[in-house]
Design a binder for this molecule. Structure first.
Ligand SMILES: NC(=O)c1ccc[n+]([C@@H]2O[C@H](COP(=O)([O-])OP(=O)(O)OC[C@H]3O[C@@H](n4cnc5c(N)ncnc54)[C@H](O)[C@@H]3O)[C@@H](O)[C@H]2O)c1
Length: 316
């Protein structure tokens, strides 16, 4: 193919996709029907995972709930079955453990069927300065926030490929697209999750498996308790997101098969600026927005029920 033809095709595609994206900024995309889809959500015992499970159940999906917290997970399952005539199956699974992921995945395939929408949502945060983060906590962040995505995708993607039907959802974070002080292990693991999901998306495009969709979710702080004590200086610009708002936006992004969802929308501008302004200007912006002190009064949740503030830790 000559250069002229090649370039013309590229420019034609570029213009077409530009107009398409403009069009969908004005008119929202048709939402897909998830009736009968088997939706697996990791970290379904609380927060976003629980809300997403309830929302998918309302739409007629079959829910597979995974969490290390058996009690919370059973509660989500009960909430779904009580209020709606929906099918839900709860499994206790430690997503940081590869063998446990494969064991639970085999059980799901036998007892429920092939998962068609996989939502990698389980997550943990350490919230300590880098040198004060014990090695095992760095490993824990990576195992849960990133590595578990590799194992769940290895377990469920083959059936999706065979049917050319499925959806992979990566719940990352704004911390997966920009570094934040006090969150080195969290940011690095969330960057890894984004990188993995984006790479897989391109692989699937190349394999022409166009009916296997990817959604990468990058929210700022959500009031779920994970970032208890964190604050925002200008809530109008950078609000702490309400759980319901975040979950509804994530659901819509999945149903509309969006590749990226960044919340709040203001972060689109901040991320664009990151590429064009100087590092000092970026620092000034982060300080102005109070991002540098957002974690100052973070309350750590090492285990469910165990909370300890940084001040308390310093006093010990
Ligand atoms: N809350 C926020 O501000 C925020 C912001 C951006 C992204 N996120 C991401 O959203 C996702 C959901 O977080 P959330 O805010 O609902 O917090 P959450 O603590 O309520 O939910 C996390 C869930 O993951 C489960 N989990 C932890 N370790 C696990 C393991 N080893 N195996 C299985 N399950 C495990 C927990 O038991 C919990 O139910 C996380 O990936 C988090 O990083 C949260």
């Amino acid at each position: 193919m000559n250069v002229f033809l090649d370039t013309s095709i590229f420019l034609g595609k570029f213009l077409y996709y530009f107009l398409e994206s403009l069009f969908y900024k004005i008119i929202s995309k048709k939402k897909k029907d998830v009736t009968g889809e088997i939706v697996l959500i990791t970290g379904a015992a609380s927060g976003l995972g629980r809300l997403l499970a309830i929302k998918f159940a309302r739409l007629g999906a079959i829910l597979v709930l995974w969490d290390i917290n058996e009690e919370g997970n059973m509660e989500t399952c009960r909430m779904i079955k009580e209020k709606q005539d929906a099918k839900a199956f709860a499994y206790t699974c430690d997503c940081s453990n590869r063998q446990d992921v494969y064991r639970a995945a085999d059980q799901v395939k036998k007892e429920v069927g092939n998962v068609t929408i996989l939502i990698n949502n389980a997550g943990v945060v350490t919230g300590r300065e880098f040198l004060k983060t014990p090695d095992h906590m760095v490993e824990r962040s990576f195992l849960i926030n990133a590595m578990s995505h590799f194992w769940t995708c290895k377990a469920f993607l083959p059936a999706m490929l065979e049917a050319n039907h499925g959806h992979l959802v990566c719940i990352s974070s704004v911390a997966g697209v920009t570094g934040i002080n006090g969150l080195s292990d969290y940011c690095a693991s969330k960057f890894a999750a984004c990188g993995f999901a984006e790479s897989l998306h391109f692989e699937l495009r190349l394999l022409q498996k166009t009916n296997i969709k990817t959604t990468i979710v990058c929210p700022y702080f959500i009031k779920t308790g994970m970032f208890e004590g964190c604050s925002t200086k200008y809530p109008l610009l950078l609000p702490m997101l309400k759980q319901e708002y975040a979950a509804q936006n994530i659901l819509n992004a999945i149903l509309e098969e969006q590749l990226y969802l960044i919340l709040p929308r203001f972060f689109h501008i901040a991320l664009l600026l990151k590429q064009v302004i100087s590092p000092n200007m970026l620092m000034a912006l982060a300080e102005y927005l109070g991002m540098d002190i957002a974690l100052a009064s973070f309350i750590e949740r090492e285990n469910p029920g165990e909370v300890q503030t940084k001040t308390e830790r310093k006093q010990q």
